[in-house]
Design a protein around this ligand. Structure first.
Ligand SMILES: Cc1cc2nc3c(=O)[nH]c(=O)nc-3n(C[C@H](O)[C@H](O)[C@H](O)COP(=O)(O)OP(=O)(O)OC[C@H]3O[C@@H](n4cnc5c(N)ncnc54)[C@H](O)[C@@H]3O)c2cc1C
Length: 372
C-alpha cells in the first residue's frame, strides 16, 4: 500500500482543519484519534469566532486572528457547500463586557496599544468602547450595574460541533482516512518517514503532524517537539430556549441559534479534572443575571466542563522539529477562531514545509523550553 503523505495525531478542530486543508491541496492524509472519553476541547468550547483580546503582548497573533475571522465567512460557506451542514455562523460584531471601571480602563489601554503595534492592525482592527447606555442598543435589557464594554465588528459565533462535523464530512469526501478509537502510544522516525504505534496496528506516513491538544505532553518530546501545554478548565452553563433577544454575542454569554443562552468564561487550574463545581456554576449564573436580569427566570438545562489547551504564553505554537524534519506540532487555545486560517495558510505552509519561515513568531524557540 502506498505510504500516506501525512499522519495527523488528533482529530479535534485543529487536526481536522489542517487535514481538510491538506486534502484540498491533494495530499493523502490519515487522522488518528482517541476515543470518546479523551480530553477534547473541540467538543466543549463556546463557539466564538473572536478577535477581541487576542494577541495582547503578541501583535502577530492578533493579526492572525483578524485574518482568520475575515476568512471565516468564505470558509463556512465552502464547508456548507461541500457537506450540506450549516455551521450557524454569523458575524454581526460582538461585545466584550467590562464588569468594573478598572477592567474598562485596562482594556482600552491594551487595545490602543495593539492598534498601534503594526500597520496591519492600524488599518484593520476596528473597535470602540461603549458605555452602558450606548450598549443597550446592541445588548437590549443589559443590567444596570454593567459599566460598558468594547465592541468590535470582527467578532462572531458558530456552532462548534457542526463545524467539527462538517470538517470530518468534507475531509472524508476528499479522501482523508479518519480512525477513531485509535490512540497513538508511540511515534518514531523510520527510514522513509514516521510510524505511529496504536492498539489497532501501525500507521506510517512521510510526515507527521501532532495536533493532539493536551496529548502533546506524552508524544511531543520523542520527536524533539515542545511538550509544554497545560490544561485550563472552563465551565459552561446553558439555559432553556428563550425567544430571540437580538443581543450581540459576548465571551461572558451568548444566545445560540437554537435559543438557549450559553454562559461561561471561567479559567481554572484544575489539573485534568473536566468536571463542574457547584460554586463555579452558581457564580456563572449570578453573573448571567447581572448581565441580563430577565434571565433570572430562565431554567438551566445543561452544564459541562472542558479543558483548554494552553501554551506557556497563551499564544499559538506552530512548530517544526529540528531533530526530526517532517514532524510538526500544533497547539492553540483559539482553534475555532483560527480554523479558517488553519485550513488555508497553515495547511499550505505545512504542505510546502515552510512553517518556521512563514510563521516564525509561533515557533517553539520563543518558549525557551528545551525539547528533551
Ligand atoms: C470552555 C472552553 C471554551 C472555549 N471557547 C472557545 C471559543 O469560543 N473560541 C475559540 O476559538 N476557541 C475556544 N476554545 C478553545 C478551542 O476549543 C481549542 O483551541 C480547540 O478545540 C483545540 O483543538 P485541538 O484539536 O487542538 O484540541 P482537542 O479538541 O483537545 O483535540 C485533540 C485531539 O487529540 C486526540 N489525542 C490526544 N492524544 C492522542 C493520542 N495519543 N492518540 C490519538 N489521538 C490523541 C484527542 O482525542 C482529541 O480528539 C475554548 C475551549 C474551552 C475548553
Amino acid at each position: 500500500m502506498k505510504q500516506r503523505d501525512f499522519l495527523i495525531v488528533g482529530g479535534g478542530v485543529v487536526g481536522m482543519a489542517v487535514a481538510y486543508g491538506l486534502a484540498r491541496a491533494g495530499q493523502g492524509v490519515t487522522v488518528l484519534d482517541e476515543s470518546d472519553d479523551a480530553l477534547r476541547a473541540s467538543r466543549g468550547n463556546a463557539g466564538l469566532v473572536w478577535v477581541q483580546g487576542k494577541g495582547v503582548g503578541m501583535p502577530r497573533y492578533a493579526e492572525l486572528s483578524l485574518e482568520s475571522a475575515k476568512a471565516w465567512a468564505d470558509f463556512a460557506g465552502e464547508l456548507t457547500e461541500r457537506t450540506g451542514i450549516e455551521l450557524e455562523y454569523e458575524q454581526r460584531g460582538g461585545v466584550d463586557l467590562c464588569l468594573d471601571a478598572e477592567e474598562a480602563r485596562s482594556r482600552q489601554a491594551d487595545y490602543a496599544e495593539l492598534q498601534n503595534a503594526s500597520r496591519y492592525m492600524a488599518a484593520n482592527f476596528r473597535w470602540e468602547y461603549l458605555d452602558r447606555e450606548a450598549l443597550t442598543s446592541c445588548l437590549p435589557g443589559l443590567g444596570e450595574t454593567i459599566p460598558g464594554g468594547t465592541w468590535s465588528p470582527h467578532d462572531g459565533q458558530c456552532n462548534p460541533l457542526y463545524l467539527l462535523r462538517a470538517l470530518y464530512a468534507a475531509s472524508r469526501a476528499l479522501g482523508v482516512e479518519t480512525r477513531p478509537a485509535t490512540p497513538v502510544e508511540r511515534l518514531e522516525a523510520t527510514a522513509g518517514g514516521f510510524r505511529a504505534t496504536t492498539p489497532q496496528g501501525q500507521f506510517t506516513a512521510e510526515r507527521v503532524i501532532l495536533a493532539a491538544g493536551l496529548g502533546a505532553r506524552q508524544l511531543a518530546s520523542g520527536l524533539g517537539l515542545t511538550a509544554a501545554v497545560r490544561p485550563v478548565r472552563g465551565q459552561v452553563l446553558v439555559t432553556e430556549r428563550r425567544p430571540p433577544g437580538g443581543r450581540l454575542p459576548t465571551p461572558q454569554i451568548r444566545q445560540t441559534a437554537s435559543g438557549g443562552y450559553l454562559i461561561g468564561d471561567t479559567h481554572e487550574d484544575a489539573g485534568l479534572d473536566k468536571g463542574v463545581t457547584l460554586a463555579m456554576m452558581q457564580s456563572l449564573a449570578e453573573k448571567a443575571v447581572r448581565i441580563y436580569p430577565d434571565l433570572e427566570a430562565a431554567r438551566l438545562v445543561r452544564s459541562w466542563g472542558a479543558l483548554r489547551v494552553m501554551t506557556p504564553d497563551g499564544h499559538p505554537l506552530y512548530e517544526t522539529s529540528t531533530t526530526h524534519p517532517g514532524a510538526y506540532n500544533l497547539n492553540c487555545h483559539s482553534g475555532i477562531t483560527l480554523a479558517a486560517f488553519h485550513a488555508e495558510g497553515l495547511a499550505e505552509a505545512i504542505r510546502d514545509d515552510r512553517l518556521e519561515q512563514s510563521f516564525p513568531h509561533f515557533s517553539g524557540a520563543r518558549l525557551h523550553v528545551s525539547a528533551s
